[in-house]
Design a protein around this ligand. Structure first.
Ligand SMILES: NC(=O)c1ccc[n+]([C@@H]2O[C@H](COP(=O)([O-])OP(=O)(O)OC[C@H]3O[C@@H](n4cnc5c(N)ncnc54)[C@H](OP(=O)(O)O)[C@@H]3O)[C@@H](O)[C@H]2O)c1
Length: 259
């Protein structure tokens, strides 16, 4: 497979764990330059060290809270000073908070999900697009979810925030038509990362139960799809990828084996 990502500048949000960290590592394998952001700087530093060891052209980290406009703008200023350009933007930062039905939902959970999963993508894209527009062939990949396509009980706000991600992706695709920039969404189903620990507020027993009897997607599986989409030639835009583990035919249709 041709490597079109060597020496390109890739910016990954939510690079401190899960899909973002693994995408950074796989981009490092291809010799990309990395601009990595998240709130946990110690974890970011560890990922950057992994990336350097795996052959990244360079790996740089900066604190980023996509829920805060000032933080996003400071991050983009830092990216401009560090790299001067961005070829690949992975809008991955986000997650789910809570599994309550609407009647029991909490404002703080709802707000956190819309802040990161929807508004975060808008803020980061607005701030980073000036670094991309002079360089046709660049690509924005947003991380959506099966939840953005199919709603489920206890997922109202998470599903809605991921449906918003889908609409933002489609609007950006239209707005950037003619610029040579590409836009797509990667929509995974159940994957084992820190996602369930965050969603279930650190309850490990409940988080483990989400994956009981199933071989879920791994962060590596999802990162492979992201990197594959990013590595297409400039005239090819992967508009969307929906991927689930074999045992998951739909959000509610999960085959669980023994043990
Ligand atoms: N795992 C799944 O089953 C699944 C399925 C479909 C879609 N997704 C989506 O995939 C994306 C990545 O999730 P994951 O599974 O890799 O979970 P994860 O392991 O919990 O990683 C989430 C990442 O997002 C970052 N993040 C969260 N809020 C942020 C904020 N306000 N500002 C900056 N960074 C923030 C976290 O970093 P810090 O905490 O250090 O800031 C972390 O690096 C999310 O958008 C999630 O909704 C996950």
């Amino acid at each position: 497979m041709s490597n079109r990502l060597k020496d390109k500048w890739a910016l990954v949000t939510g690079a401190s764990s899960g899909f973002g960290a693994e995408t950074a590592r796989q981009l490092a394998d291809l010799g990309a330059n990395l601009l990595l952001g998240a709130r946990r700087e110690d974890r970011l530093a560890q990922v950057a060290a992994d990336c350097q060891a795996r052959g990244a052209a360079s790996a740089h980290v900066h604190k980023l809270d996509v829920a805060d406009t000032a933080s996003v703008n400071a991050f983009a200023d830092w990216a401009k000073a560090t790299a001067g350009r961005v070829d690949l933007l992975i809008n991955n930062a986000g997650g789910a908070h809570g599994v309550e039905r609407v009647e029991d939902g909490r404002d703080a959970d709802w707000e956190a999900m819309f802040q990161s999963n929807a508004l975060g993508i808008l803020r980061v894209s607005r701030a980073v697009l000036p670094l991309m527009k002079p360089h046709p062939g660049g690509i924005i990949l947003n991380i959506g979810s099966i939840a953005g396509r199919v709603a489920y009980e206890g997922g109202s706000a998470y599903c809605a925030s991921k449906a918003a991600e889908r609409s933002i992706t489609k609007a950006l695709r239209l707005e950037l038509n003619g610029t040579g920039l590409r836009v797509g969404t990667i929509d995974p189903g159940m994957a084992e990362t820190e996602f369930s620990m965050v969603r279930l507020k650190g309850d490990k027993e409940k988080a483990d139960a989400v994956y009981a009897g199933v071989e879920p997607l791994t962060a590596g599986d999802v990162a492979e799809a992201i990197v594959w989409a990013a590595n297409r030639p400039p005239h090819v835009c992967i508009d969307e990828i929906l991927m689930m583990c074999t045992a998951q035919a739909a959000p509610h249709k999960v085959h669980r084996g023994e043990g």
